[in-house]
Design a protein around this ligand. Sequence first.
Ligand code: GUN
Length: 296
Amino acid sequence: MSATLIDGKAFAATVREKVAAHVARLKSDHGITPGLAVVLVGEDPASQVYVRSKGRQTVEAGMNSYEHKLDAGTSEADLLGLIDRLNNDPDVHGILVQLPLPKHLDEGLVTNAIDPAKDVDGFHISNVGLLGTGQKSMVPCTPLGCLMMLRAHHGDLSGMEAVVIGRSNIVGKPMAQLLLGDSCTVTIAHSRTRDLPGVVRRADIVVAAVGRPQMVQGDWIRPGATVIDVGINRIDAPEKGVNEDGSVRTRLVGDCDFESCAAVAGAITPVPGGVGPMTIACLLANTVTACCRAAG
Ligand code: GUN
């Protein structure tokens, strides 16, 4: 491997320290404690893990965490009622409704019911529009974490060729907007892109957010490029043996084939320990930002 490892785990720890210091000042100087409400509907195991982790890290940073666990059959009216109460609760500065929601609930409707000023996910249509027009907004956590790591590694990103692979509303599109805001030349590539390896090969910065395990290969990467791997995919790992119940053990991999990409790239984020830890750190930072804006 010749690439420098971009250590998202360590970077996230420094972001959390800064957030905690800011929270301590808000408490001591202004008597304000930022509060984050997280709403989970149903029992999706991965969502339960994320929500627990968000709650724990919120409290560790000195903030108030309000967890609302609703059962899978909760009606849209009841969920909207809870969001309305949280929108009007002055102790709640940030609101996050964990996705995916059960099928009978309309994610767009629910997301857009959150007060945009408390929308720490940055998914509300007003925040999407503000980001797209280069105005002050709440910025989605995962792309914000990627941008912070890129800025820390490169300094000025101006004029760099960036290729974002994936066009999701949560990562791909906001990532492209953020890179454009930093004056990169941005291409959004996706499953229908013709000659994807050729397009990726142009990039000084590659952000892979497609959700396909190990899709991006080392020979797609321009020598010296920076690779940010947003993918978190669980694959079978028979080399690790079997579990007690006889099932094959698994491991986490990104959207990039790490070995071959790291041999060519100048810098790369690992999976796990790259983008993942930055997402929750940025959620905490967004909650403090929302709190400060509310306080004027
Ligand atoms: N589910 C997976 N990632 C996210 C996220 O960043 N925010 C929310 N609300 N749900 C998610």
